[in-house]
Design a binder for this molecule. Sequence first.
Ligand code: PLP
Length: 360
Amino acid sequence: MSRSATATIHLDALRANLARIRGLAGNAKVMAVVKADAYGHGLERCARAFADADAFGVASIADGLRLRAAGHGQRIVVLSGPDAASDLAEMRRLNLEAVIHHDSQLAMLEADRGSPPLRVWLKLDTGMHRLGFAAERAGELHARLASMPSVDPDIVLMTHFASSDEFDNDFTARQTQRFLDATRGLPGERSLSNSAAVLGWPQALGDWVRVGGLLYGLSVAQDKTGADSGFAAAMTLSTRLVAIHRIARGERIGYGSTYECEEDMPIGVAAIGYGDRYPRSAPSGTPVRVGVAQAAIVGRVSMDLLTLDLRMAPNARVGDTVTLWGPLLPVETIARHAGTISYELTCGVTRRVLFAEDGR
Ligand SMILES: *Cc1c(COP(=O)(O)O)cnc(C)c1O
């Protein structure tokens, strides 16, 4: 038996989402962030759909190599920069740009004699305290980098927001101010905003926005879907119904017998589970669609299968399509039930799931 779990990627949605970002971003250029295999949607197919992005953002040199191999000529930024001196030659060979965020990387660049000069993005920490130099060092670092023969003096200044998805939390405004203060008078373009900031903090657009989630129609804002902001879901995760049983009142379903039937009821079995990375943490009551009808998970999600309450889907038949998330069932809703965010769900879809494309 072949497995039916399928992730269908909607190419038109990807393109429409990029166009919508451009509309919101005004004159800012758009870096399409395609790390984690394009948030689980597939790097090459998404890069094709984002072919007119101004740049791509990746997490690794290997992803930069994949983009160059696919023929993309635009700027590609490695968001965590080089880890080792040998990375510098590889980045030059592939014409990749490096985010520089730590003194260890400065030392690498200082010792480097390679050419042509590497393009760098200087990352300043304005309060998130993950990657970046203390913002107060901007002037000193900029001067040092600009004087290195191994570095292109046209340096982009960047920072990253910790809470831009909280539209009533002024921490983003404080990070923006800290960035402006620290970089005042320095030459070069500025880049601050991720997806949520493009929606909620238009004063921080700068010269480059770095957008991931919204390109895939995904939102991380509390109780908001990408669709609420006019973005289209780019992935449908579906499978088939492989069994239907009538189970008597009082009987229990699945591992651990966590769900008790409150009446005689139809129970469906769908061919998807945590082995495909449908979240095991999704509890009884998490919504699912069977054909066009509503259904809900009952009992524990197992590795290859999950069980469904089919009382709202009386016409369901074995072989029917079961949709786990997609345009009509936001992945954000599933994430809320499962106690995570939409990004984690799409990134997680495992490679045993069949990937298909819808659109051209
Ligand atoms: C992942 C990432 C982004 C994109 O974030 P989204 O919330 O997906 O838009 C932007 N900038 C950096 C540095 C990132 O690592």
